[in-house]
Design a protein around this ligand. Structure first.
Ligand code: UT7
Length: 337
């Protein structure tokens, strides 16, 4: 690819709330069962933030871990991009709050809204700043507190989501390591199959919207399922074609962690071996924009992803939005990692 520099991952970190909400806990709240949830989704438990715990709190902790590993100071960051659909508030952005928390006074900071695919959108932005020489170091965060917008009286959605944050530091490199290419896509015509209808300018929060529970996630699950498999499969195919890599050269597939059945269907469609797919959704559910960076961090810290390996990430979310990104892994886990 014709570019001056490449953007390489030099640090990674993640943070999830302490409180574990199990399927058995949910059995006490709605008409569901551990058996149904595990069979239909693969999820066993998820994390739930405490009241008062905000998206920027988890994002800040994840960022601090990533910065420490990268060995750079916050004031050396040129930019901070946070992908989130659950910002602390409408504005200032969550990225500006992270900037304040970590003391990255030389960075410009903004949020990206692309739902569950947001981390790949942010990664694409960040890698372009580095590739064209605008930035040397960029902090990219995917953070979502989905339980804040989840209706715990709706069994169709409340079993699916959880909270978390993951961060990577991308740094300028002169060699070929790093983000090889990212493919992004959107289709606003299907926005209504996965949305939070109230709370914006179209349907501001009122007593009535709250009574009608319109400030929570509304979803047509089976439609989302079908479109997710199609969009992620097509995106990954296009990415491999454009980069010239063959599916057999990929060492790890790190997909958006929404539903094990979606991942299995996608994997089979792609002809990808099961043992090379990293899945941690059994412990966290769908953490939206946080799901890929948290999975990446866990796979790395479990000594699975190793230097020089090729990692393919694929994601899908409300909007609709989707994307895929191919990454040459560069971090070596130290023994105390
Ligand atoms: O990041 C993107 C975010 N969203 C997603 O990834 C969601 C994608 N979709 C899915 O993961 C799946 O469609 C679900 C897990 C949401 C649902 O699985 P499904 O196999 O598509 O089930 P379904 O929607 O066809 O529902 C089957 C039945 C229904 O009952 P009836 O109408 O057949 O009597 C539902 O009412 O399962 C019922 N059901 C439940 N039963 C027990 C729905 N939720 C539950 C539940 N517990 N929690």
């Amino acid at each position: 690819m014709n570019r001056e520099y490449s953007a390489k991952v030099t640090g990674i970190g993640s943070c999830v709330p302490k409180h574990v909400l199990t399927n058995h806990d949910l059995e006490q709240m709605v008409d569901t069962s551990d058996e149904w949830i595990q069979t239909r989704t693969g999820i066993r438990e998820r994390r739930k933030a405490d009241p008062g715990e905000a998206t920027s709190d988890l994002a800040t902790t994840a960022a601090e871990i990533a910065l420490k590993e990268a060995g750079i100071l916050p004031q050396d960051l040129d930019a901070i991009i946070v992908a989130t659909t659950t910002p602390d508030m409408t504005f200032p952005s969550t990225a500006c709050m992270v900037q304040k928390n970590i003391g990255a006074q030389h960075a410009f900071a903004y949020d990206i809204s692309a739902a569950c695919a947001g981390f790949l959108f942010a990664l694409s932005n960040a890698s372009q700043y580095i590739e064209n020489g605008t930035c040397q170091s960029v902090l990219v965060i995917g953070a979502d507190l989905m339980t804040h917008i989840t209706d715990f009286e709706d069994r169709n959605t409340c079993v699916l989501f959880g909270d978390g944050a993951g961060a990577v530091v991308l740094s300028k490199s002169l060699d070929e390591e790093g983000i090889i290419r990212t493919e992004l896509g959107s289709d606003g015509r299907h926005g209504d199959i996965l949305s939070v209808p109230a709370g914006g300018t179209k349907l501001p929060l009122t007593e009535e919207t709250v009574t009608l529970r319109k400030h929570y996630i509304s979803m047509n699950g089976s439609e989302v399922f079908k479109m997710a498999v199609r969009a992620m499969g097509n995106s990954a195919k296009k990415l491999l074609e454009k980069t010239g890599y063959d599916i057999h050269q990929i060492d790890w597939l790190v997909p958006h962690q929404a539903n094990k059945r979606i991942i299995d269907t996608l994997r089979k469609k792609m002809g990808f071996p099961e043992e090379k797919v990293f899945i941690n959704l059994q412990h966290y559910g769908n953490m939206s924009a946080a799901s890929i960076p948290v999975a990446l961090d866990e796979a790395y810290r479990s000594h699975l992803i190793k230097p020089d390996q090729l990692v393919l990430m694929v994601a899908f979310g409300g909007g609709l939005t989707w994307g895929s990104s191919l990454l040459r892994w560069s971090l070596e886990l130290k023994n105390d990692g």
